[in-house]
Ligand binder design. Structure first.
Ligand SMILES: Cc1ncc(COP(=O)(O)O)c(C=O)c1O
Length: 382
């Protein structure tokens, strides 16, 4: 048999997909499931974005566009930095990507060489590590603690050995926690003094309940910023995101993007451009997420889930369940089968400590959150 590459074998499966499959099987058997495992908004793209897509379908042949993105969208994203962060970003530094997922390989390939070591927080979004491994880059876990809001610290970086890059995500998936402006500045300065490339995943910016988001563009001219229309803009399936990169990376990324992808889906770029003018409805989603978060933080302790990380942003609560189980995968399986509530085991996010944690997504409706609490309380009593 012809070979299967070692680099693809180094990539772990996404356990949440197994949970989703088990939930679908339960639903197919006629049961109802409350989905607290999904990491996406339950709402469609805003109406203005849909209208722009309809208009583009009628007027445009939806052909290829420039590899770095439609100029109007790059300009609009640059304006977003002025509006939101009071930061000057030239449109030339903005690169439209196929979701932020499409941005990671471009950023990593342009910034790092095979064998380079890249540090990242554990727990963290699993695709970072998996994309790094597939590209023959070494992911270096920085163990984090609740005391540091599960964010990397300079003290941990000092212990990491030689690294070429650092990935920071604020608000974070799976913890919903954030770095402060001074913490991000300290991390960026540490990186800049050592010529370490900071990669800042800002995909949950806009979905914030407490504190203030700082973009890495504000604190370092060398950082790569990753963002997306998937979360705040409620457009996961449109597969459109963006990078802001330092000038020296624009041309390398352009060459990579031309060859890998030619261009990002044109229809989605029209929709994304219009989404910037739909703030009211998008901010209403954030208000609902906040109400959901408050409801779960108040209700879950009575169901035995009382070690919760209060999310400052994103739509996740990270729960310590180590007093209830030493195998979160099994615990989530039982919760799904017996209570009809699907959550994600922590092993997806933290290979060393995730057997004692799980992630609860509150992106759904308030009625679903109420029902989840009711079911979990009954499960606990049962
Ligand atoms: C922290 C984080 N980064 C990146 C992504 C990828 O999202 P997308 O490719 O839809 O932009 C996700 C998706 O859940 C995420 O949680």
């Amino acid at each position: 048999m012809a070979k299967v590459s070692r680099r693809s074998e180094a990539v772990d499966p996404f356990i949440v997909m197994d949970v989703m499959a088990a939930a679908a099987a339960k639903e197919a058997a006629g049961d109802t499931v409350i989905h607290l495992e999904v990491g996406q908004p339950s709402t469609p793209a805003p109406k203005g974005a849909l209208a722009a897509a309809h208009a583009a379908l009628d007027a445009d042949r939806i052909g290829y566009v420039a590899a770095l993105g439609m100029p109007a969208l790059r300009e609009r994203i640059a304006k977003h930095y002025r509006e939101t962060y009071n930061a000057d970003v030239s449109p030339e530094r903005v690169i439209v990507t196929t979701g932020s997922s499409g941005g990671f390989p471009l950023a990593f390939l342009a910034a790092f060489d095979a064998g380079d070591r890249v540090a990242l927080a554990a727990p963290g979004y699993p695709a970072y590590r998996n994309i790094l491994s597939a590209l023959h880059l070494e992911a270096v876990d920085l163990p984090t603690s609740l005391a540091d809001r599960y964010q990397p610290t300079v003290a941990e970086l000092e212990k990491a050995g030689p690294i070429a890059g650092l990935i920071v995500a604020s608000p974070s998936n799976p913890t919903g926690t954030m770095v402060t402006r001074s913490e991000l500045t300290a991390l960026a300065n540490w990186c800049d003094h050592r010529e370490v490339r900071l990669v800042s995943d800002e995909i949950y910016h806009g979905i914030v309940y407490e504190g203030e988001t700082t973009s890495a563009v504000e604190v370092s001219p060398h950082a790569i910023v990753v963002n997306s229309f998937s979360k705040y803009f409620s457009m996961t399936g449109w597969r459109v995101g963006w990078l802001v990169v330092p000038e020296e990376l624009v041309r390398p990324i352009e060459r990579l993007a031309q060859n890998f992808f030619i261009s990002v889906p044109t229809l989605s770029q029209y929709a994304a451009l219009a989404a910037f003018e739909c703030r009211d409805v998008l901010d209403a989603h954030v208000a609902r997420y906040k109400a959901n978060r408050d409801l779960l933080m108040a209700g879950l302790p009575a169901a035995g889930l009382d070690r919760l990380t209060p999310a400052q942003g994103a739509f996740y609560i990270y729960a310590d369940v180590s007093h209830l189980t030493n195998e979160s995968r099994d615990f989530c399986k039982r919760m799904l089968q017996e209570a009809g509530v699907a959550t994600t085991p922590g092993v997806d996010f933290d290979r060393a400590r995730g057997a004692g944690t799980l992630r609860i997504s509150f992106a759904g409706s308030m009625a679903e959150m109420e029902e989840a609490v009711r079911r979990l309380k009954a499960w606990r009593r049962g």
